[in-house]
Design a protein. Sequence first.
Length: 343
Amino acid sequence: MRSTFTPMSTATAEATIFDALPGQVMPVSEISPTLAEMWSVHMGSDHKVPTEFHASQMNLILHLGLKTPLEEARERFETLVAFAQKYPCRLIVLCPMGRERSDKLLEGKLFSQCYIGADMREQCCIEAIIVGYPTREAGFITNSVSVWVENDLPTYHWFNRVPAERIEAHHMEWVKRTTRVLYDSCVEITDFKEIPWPRPEAVADLALARLLPARQGIGQFLSATAPKDLVEGLKTVTVRHNEKRCGEGTNLLMWCRQRLNACAQVSGVTCDAEFKLEEVKDETNCLALEWTFEGDKHFLWTHKAGCAEAAVTADFGHGRVSVPMQIKFLEGEKALSEAIFFA
C-alpha cells in the first residue's frame, strides 16, 4: 500500500522544489525534537509502539539541483519512499530555492508514513526530512545535514542535477564521509566520471543499474560462444540509443569494451575494434547494439521502446541464430537498490 503524494503548496510558476514535495512545514530547529517524539506513542491495547517497525538500516540523502523539474523532484521522492518501504532508512532531501527565498536561511518539512504491505505482514514507519536552502548557502548545508543523519549507520548520497562544479566547490567534504555516491547519467549535463571523487570506486550510476537485465541477457547469450570468435575480425562496436536512454547507451558501450578486451586477453587475439556511440531518433527501438566483422560474422541486439521486448540475431561463424528476449529495465526503487548494494 503506497500513499498518493499531494504537495502542501499549490504548484505555481513561483513554486520551488521545496514547495512541490509533501510534508508538514516546521522550523528546522524543531525537526530533531519532533523525530525523537514521533514514534513514542503506543499503537493500541497490545502496547506495541511504532519504534518496533522503525529500525533504520542507513541514511539516504537526495540532493536535488536547482534545475530539477518539479515533477521529476516528486518522482525522485516517491522512489525514495518506495525504497524505504523495503529497506528502512532515514531519508533526507535537500532542495535549493534560488534567490527568491534569500531572506530565509533554511526551511524545513517533516514527512512521515506508516506503510503496510499487501500481505499485511510488511510494516514499517518512514520518515523524511526535507530541507529548503538558498543556493548561496550551499556550503552551510553540509554542516546542517550532519545534525540529522544517524551517525552509526552508512550514508548514501544521491546527486540529481547538482552541477559538477558546485559539487567540487561545496560538497566534497561531505562526500568523503559517505559510503556511496549516486547519480543518473541520463539527466546530468556533464560526465560525473570526470569529477575527482575521493573514492571513484564508490560512485554508482543509476543508468548502469537500470541496464542490469540487458547486460545479463546479452551476456548469457554470448556465453555460448568462444571468446576468440567474439573478437577475431571484429571491426566496429556501435551502440545506438534514443534521447531517453543516453545513460544506458553510454554504459552499454563501456561494458562491451571491458568484456571484449577481457575476451581478447583470454584468447590471445588483439581487439582493434572501433567503439561508437550514436543518438538516433528511432521511435521503434530505445537501445541497439551492433557488431560488425570482417567477413560474414555479425551481431545485432535491439530493445523496443516502451516495452520489454528485445531480440538478438547473430552469426559467429557457426550458423545464423535469432532469439527473442523479454528484458525489462530496472526502474525506480529497483534501480536504486541495485546501485546502492551491488553496483
